[in-house]
Design a protein around this ligand. Structure first.
Ligand code: SAH
Length: 264
């Protein structure tokens, strides 16, 4: 028999933030290979008795693939549980390729990314009408080099929302990159550590010139999302350009305009 290997996004940390589909699969899983401490809780909370559960933290990619292939020969449902969404900074393709080569069917279940959980924790919107309408998910260069055209100064020139993963220990590079792109000292910055983790979440609000020191003082050295955006803090703004969607003068598919739009 050949079972299916499901790559399931476990969400950002709160076990309740897994999707219903992900949880249902875990409840009938024969074997689960999870990625690190972040997602172990979801695995153990929902897994059935007798389910084989292993941590992949000391495995190479080849060993992970071999583990999944071996268990797919014995169980109908095998799960590779990953943090956040499997499409962001995981090893999805590297592990899918050997499974494809072995003829093991696979499928992916999306998850709540830590970028979205960070926005939720801080009650922020990544997009605001006439402020920015774009979001970039990126990181700064660590051991993984950045492809051409994707350095932080190049991306930050767009002045849109930047969700910077895997970079909390590289805040000096984040700061230098934003400055090089012309962001000012008082540009708002947000760092969320362990977004959505019950009782462990830390939210740090600062500016380009203060955020590194604030994070040092808060002792944040891992599992943190760094966000730079012209939308940060908008909850407290006195003047907010309302989205055209809710403007009484705007007609769209579901609603007729109730008054003549001004200045359009
Ligand atoms: N696939 C994951 C990202 C994995 S890369 C996702 O979609 O979220 C790991 C990086 O994600 C960390 O360095 C950190 O920047 C971020 N991260 C993961 N979980 C987090 C959390 N609960 N809070 C804040 N950042 C988190």
């Amino acid at each position: 028999m050949t079972g299916t290997v499901w790559f399931v996004g476990a969400g950002p940390g709160d076990p309740d933030l897994i999707t219903v589909k992900g949880r249902t699969l875990i409840e009938r899983a024969g074997a689960i290979l999870f990625a690190g401490s972040l997602v172990s809780e979801a695995a153990t909370r929902w897994a059935p008795p007798g389910c084989v559960i292993a941590d992949s933290k000391d495995m190479t990619l080849e060993q992970m693939a071999a583990w999944l292939i071996a268990h797919a020969a014995r169980h109908e449902t095998v799960i590779r549980l990953q943090t956040g969404d499997p499409a962001l900074y995981g090893t999805l393709i590297e592990v899918v390729q050997p499974l494809d080569a072995a003829g093991v069917p696979i499928a992916v279940v999306p998850g709540v990314s830590s970028a979205m959980a960070s926005a939720a924790a801080a009650v922020e919107s990544f997009t605001l009408p006439e402020v920015t309408q774009s979001v970039i998910f990126t990181r700064v260069e660590g051991r993984t080099p950045m492809p051409e055209g994707e350095s932080l100064p190049e991306l930050a020139r767009h002045r849109c929302t930047l969700c910077i993963f895997l970079s909390i220990t590289l805040l000096h590079k984040v700061e230098a990159g934003l400055r090089e792109a012309g962001w000012l000292d008082d540009a708002p910055m947000l760092v969320v550590h362990k977004a959505s983790w019950p009782g462990e979440e830390i939210i740090v609000r600062g500016t380009l010139s203060t955020i590194k020191q604030q994070c040092r003082e808060a002792g944040i050295v891992s599992q943190a999302m760094v966000i730079a955006s012209p939308t940060l803090g908008a909850r407290g703004w006195a003047e907010l350009t309302k989205s055209k969607l809710y403007d009484a003068g705007f007609t769209h598919r579901f609603r007729r305009a109730s008054k003549t739009p001004e200045g359009t």
